[in-house]
Design a protein around this ligand. Structure first.
Ligand code: ADP
Length: 799
């Protein structure tokens, strides 16, 4: 009973009882017995949906009661806001909650006043690097989905961050929540924590494989699900919706291996779900579909709306966040009957379903060069989404087999298999590069032996049988960091003294991969050199001696004079299929470096996820590359050095996407042209904005010209051309509205403060609320639109 839990603040037990939590689930009770509410560290390795979040809440609330502060680390940004709203119900009892997302390189001082803080591991890492003043007040840290330390990209950050937090505060309570994994005991040993290892679930989970006309479950029982000329997935979705006499309709969650497949499957499954809708549901689904179309005017948006009208939906990382939230809510409300998702949905977001269908258990893996089976852990997490406590009699999770042998293989591989052990990925060089520099820059280590000492506190160290391996790797990385001017090394009494340089400190605080920073420094130096050279030539003042000096340095291969360059860029729109009026022709603003050059520079850093080249792209971007070579800030690699040339081109593809965005090309056209989703555009734009902000800082520090960088950054941030920058920065305006206002003669914020209201309203298509809030945001004294007559306001819009 919650009332018997020691250490809880007053009111918590009552509140839980009022939510229907009358008894702790067995793993929760075990965690309490292990001291999770009295300050003890605990690793809880339990299945999805078995109440891990409550364990964390009990720990955090009791820690705050003892006079401390708690931090909840989430693996994904989308989860940060979800968790925050979950925790906000404790504000009633006087606890304050804050979420730290958004930009790196801030110390989030306002969070000092919060009892409970939610943040991603990258954000926490960044807060530590920027000396957030409240970090040393933390007494309790929760690591959600701690099994993700195994993740090649993000795992090391969580691992190092936990090590740092424990170093800052040796008495820190760590509560680590994990899916059921093969070696939870090792994680517990690493964190000096008690272990709760359980496979208890609040609702029965039946797992099995569908083959022929039946599902065979792990216990040998079968359920007939006839295919009758359909494919397996529609048959299973149909069967769940038909339900049974006692429990009625059940929804399905279908996991597939790509976004495209998710969209295609949702389209097909709509024909199944639409047979199971009531008239009332159709009405609600139509409203929802309209709302979805209202979010953005894109192909994805329309496809999603079309599926939703029929009671099905897709869900993947290419969707806009608003779309994802609408789909999740409607699925939880049982309005949408079937969601086809990529595995990202399995990680975290709480969307239980009567039936889970794992349609694809293989996925294309670029590094592997072919289809690769998913990890057991991943498939188990998908399966764990089956069954809604209190709503379903049980959950069913089904894999699909086309033949007898595959059926046996799937039982062996997934149904009966134990999940893999979690292995630290810290020794991977990109991870070490970033984290060793940050560890030194933020003062966790001042010498080589101090650094190795620190590394000794990581999971990696507890898992390796070759302690010298990590030391060897660390030395390689230190060589690299020294060579690129991020740190200095000095021999000192049998040890080596390590000191971050100014650049090293900046890079660590900006949260850049040092390799990105090195690329940026080179690109800026290239631009600087090129510009001087251009000026020398234009001035015609280059003396023979200087010219000789200049040519000693390797001359940029693509070098041309400024006027040649501008002439080139005038016709630089390599895209013949576009009409005029799309705002597409490349403008020769005479700045150097050009926005494209800068976008290409940041796009080729390891901090920007690559856009892959699709068929035809190689030719297309090779051509563009030569057309616009003079703008690129570095030497184009030889076409014969295959991988380098290929990444140079895919960076160009990304850069062209960003350039289109900054030239006000429609979102829809961009998604089409680059084969990405609207969510990807936002992602790229956000990353580019961050990297260009960092570039601006580095340019300033190193004495390079930062004006062009700032301009290129602002344009991509707001997605507008130069002339709209002032307007687009006003909250609620955005790129499209800024353009319409501009065309109505309102060119600046000052204009907006003075403009005739009917003109403003007309440019905003008669939306009064929007107009008022915009006028308010720009600081107009009388933002009200009440005095504008209805016919006046629609005048322009009708035109
Ligand atoms: P996890 O974090 O393990 O995936 P959640 O914490 O999201 O699982 O819990 C799933 C659901 O179970 C939530 O809706 C939660 O309110 C509910 N729940 C948690 N603990 C209890 C309990 N002891 N009794 C009843 N319901 C509970």
């Amino acid at each position: 009973n919650p009332a018997d839990v020691p250490g809880l603040p007053e009111g918590v037990a009552d509140r839980l009882l009022s939510e229907g939590i009358e008894e702790l689930y067995p793993p929760q009770a075990e965690a309490v017995d292990a001291g999770v509410t009295t300050g003890e560290s605990v690793v809880a390795s339990v299945p999805t949906a078995s109440g891990k979040t409550l364990v964390a809440e009990l720990a955090m609330l009791s820690a705050v009661k003892r006079g401390g502060k708690a931090l909840y680390i989430v693996p994904l940004r989308a989860l940060a806001s979800e968790k925050k709203s979950e925790f906000e119900r404790w504000e009633e009892l006087g606890f304050t909650v804050g979420v730290s997302t958004g930009n790196y390189e801030s110390s989030g001082e306002w969070l000092a006043s919060r009892d409970i803080i939610v943040a991603t591991s990258e954000k926490v890492d960044s807060l530590v690097r920027n000396d957030a003043p409240w970090i040393d007040q933390l007494t309790c840290v929760v690591a959600d989905e701690v099994h993700l330390v195994d993740d090649r990209n993000r795992g090391p950050t969580l691992e190092v961050t936990l090590a740092k937090l424990r170093r800052i505060n040796p008495g820190l309570q760590v509560v680590a929540l994990s899916a059921t994994v093969g070696n939870a005991d090792e994680i517990a040993a690493w964190l000096d924590a008690a272990l709760v290892d359980s496979d208890w679930r609040p609702i029965d989970l039946r797992t099995g494989v569908h083959y022929g006309n039946a599902i065979t479950f792990a216990d040998g029982s079968q359920r007939e699900v006839k295919v009758e000329g359909k494919r397996q997935t529609p048959a299973l979705v149909d069967d769940a919706l038909a339900g049974d006499a006692d429990h009625g309709q059940g929804s399905s969650l279908v996991f597939v291996n790509s976004r495209r497949n998710a969209e295609a499957a949702a389209k097909r499954l709509g024909d199944v779900t639409s047979n199971h809708l009531t008239g009332e549901e159709r009405g609600e689904l139509n409203d929802l579909a309209d709302e979805i179309e209202g979010v953005s005017d894109t192909e994805t948006s329309r496809d999603l709306a079309r599926a939703v009208r029929k009671g099905a939906a897709f869900h993947h990382a290419g969707l806009a966040a608003e779309h994802r939230a609408l789909v999740e809510d409607a699925f939880r409300a049982r309005l949408v009957k079937c969601v086809c998702a990529t595995p990202t949905l399995a990680a975290g977001v709480n969307t239980p379903s009567r039936r889970v269908i794992v349609r694809d258990w293989q996925r294309y893996d670029g590094e592997f060069g072919g289809m690769k089976p998913l990890d057991v852990l991943e498939v188990h997490q998908m399966m764990g989404r089956a069954g809604r406590p209190g709503l379903d009699p049980y959950g069913e999770a089904v894999l699909l087999a086309k033949d007898y042998d595959t059926r046996d293989e799937l039982f062996e591989r997934y149904v009966w298999a134990e999940p893999e052990a979690v292995r630290s990925k810290l020794a991977a060089e990109p991870a070490l590069r970033t984290h060793l520099l940050a560890t030194i820059a933020s003062g966790f280590a001042h010498t080589r032996s101090g650094l190795l000492d620190f590394l000794d506190r990581t999971l990696y160290a507890t898992q390796t049988d070759d302690p010298d391996y990590l030391a060897g790797k660390a030395d390689t990385v230190l060589d690299y960091l020294e060579r690129n001017d991020f740190l200095t090394r000095e021999r000192e009494d049998g040890d080596v003294r390590l000191k971050a340089t100014g650049l090293g400190h900046t890079v660590s605080r900006l949260y850049l991969d040092p390799m990105s920073a090195a690329e940026i420094v080179d690109g800026l130096a290239w631009a600087d050199e090129n510009e001087r050279e251009m000026r020398r030539r234009l001035d015609g003042s280059a003396s023979t001696a200087e010219a000789a000096g200049a040519s000693e340095r390797e001359e940029p291969s693509g070098f041309r004079t400024a006027s040649e360059m501008v002439a080139d860029t005038d016709s630089g729109d390599g895209d013949g299929d576009e009409g005029e009026g799309d705002g597409e022709a490349y403008e020769s603003d005479r700045t150097y470096p050009t926005p494209l050059g800068l976008y290409h520079l940041v796009s080729r850093t390891p901090d920007m996820y690559e856009l892959y080249l699709k068929s035809g792209d190689r030719e297309r971007y090779t051509e563009e590359c030569y057309e616009r070579e003079a703008e690129l800030l570095g030497r184009t690699p030889s076409e014969y050095s295959d991988t380098q040339f290929e990444s140079w081109l895919s960076a160009l593809k990304t850069a062209r996407l960003l350039e289109d965005w900054a030239n006000e090309v429609d979102e829809d056209r961009i998604t089409d042209r680059y084969g990405v989703g609207p969510g990807d555009i936002r992602g790229k734009v956000e990353t580019a904005t961050w990297l260009l902000g960092a570039t601006e800082r580095i340019a300033g520090d190193r004495g390079f010209d930062a004006v062009a960088v700032r301009e290129a950054k602002k344009r991509v941030e707001h997605g507008v051309r130069d002339e709209l920058l002032d307007l687009a920065g006003v909250r609620n305006v955005g790129r499209k509205r800024a353009r319409r206002l501009y065309e109505a003669g309102i060119e600046t914020r000052a204009d907006l403060r003075e403009a005739d209201k009917p003109v403003v309203l007309g440019a905003l298509r008669g939306r009064r609320k929007t107009a008022e809030s915009i006028l308010e945001n720009v600081g107009r004294q009388d933002p009200s639109m009440d005095d504008v007559a209805a016919d006046e306001s629609t005048r322009e819009a009708v035109d």
